[in-house]
Write a protein that binds this ligand. Structure first.
Ligand SMILES: Nc1nc2c(ncn2[C@@H]2O[C@H](COP(=O)(O)OP(=O)(O)OP(=O)(O)O)[C@@H](O)[C@H]2O)c(=O)[nH]1
Ligand SMILES: [Mg+2]
Length: 196
């Protein structure tokens, strides 16, 4: 079991404003990634219980959802790049995500998720630039590792590292369904939040 799974967690609330102040003030980590990449599922895997809403329907998470662990907040964000939303709605979500990354003074780190099976989209590359420009401390995790057979997974991880111009070891390979990489991610999050 991960350490986070043994700790109390409290749902703080859902907010439309990227600058929503949470009390008491604690370091925060925001989970960002394309719609349907598995953000909410990964949060549930880390927590060892179902705290974030997941769905087969992309666009499920529409607001900033804050969860309080001992010593930090974890924030589940809406996914970007879901093509079936209206232009106005996509714009709103992009503004919300960018607002969190650019302007949240309590944000200590970002957990950025990419589906291991797919090359980064144009939206993903936009986020990469945003993270680089803002100098945010970022943990990069690949999701849904259980969807590929072992040899194919190895090739996919190498390809994603190349495309992102990262080292293989900079990527945490995860499966919320099988639990792969969840312990490693737990440790990286606790390190980033100063709670390890
Ligand atoms: N096989 C497998 N399926 C997964 C995994 N993680 C998520 N899924 C599935 O992918 C779908 C989307 O998962 P969510 O966790 O809701 O994704 P999200 O990124 O929060 O989506 P939005 O909130 O819409 O942006 C669901 O059907 C999940 O069951 C995984 O590790 N393995
Ligand atoms: Mg979600």
């Amino acid at each position: 079991m991960t350490r986070l799974a043994q700790q109390p967690v409290e749902f703080v609330g859902s907010f439309p404003d990227p600058k929503q102040v949470l009390a008491p003030s604690l370091p925060e980590i925001a989970v960002i990634g394309r719609s349907n990449v598995g953000k909410s599922s990964l949060i549930n895997a880390l927590a060892g219980r179902k705290i974030a809403r997941t769905s087969g329907t992309p666009g499920k998470t529409q607001l900033l959802n804050a969860f309080r662990f001992p010593g930090f907040y974890l924030i589940d964000l809406p996914g970007y790049g879901y093509a079936r939303l209206s232009l106005a709605e996509r714009h709103r979500l992009r503004t919300l995500v960018a607002g969190v990354v650019e302007r949240r003074s309590t944000l200590r780190a970002v957990l950025w998720l990419l589906d291991v099976r797919h090359p980064p989209s144009a939206d993903d590359l936009g986020i990469r630039d945003l993270l680089a420009d803002t100098g945010r401390e970022t943990i990069v995790a690949l999701t849904k590792a259980d969807k590929l057979p072992r040899a194919q997974l190895r090739r996919a991880v190498a390809a994603r590292a190349d495309e992102l111009e990262l080292e293989r070891d900079d990527l945490v390979v995860t499966s919320s369904a099988k639990g792969d990489g969840i312990g490693e991610l737990d440790e990286l999050i606790q390190d980033a939040m100063g709670t390890s």
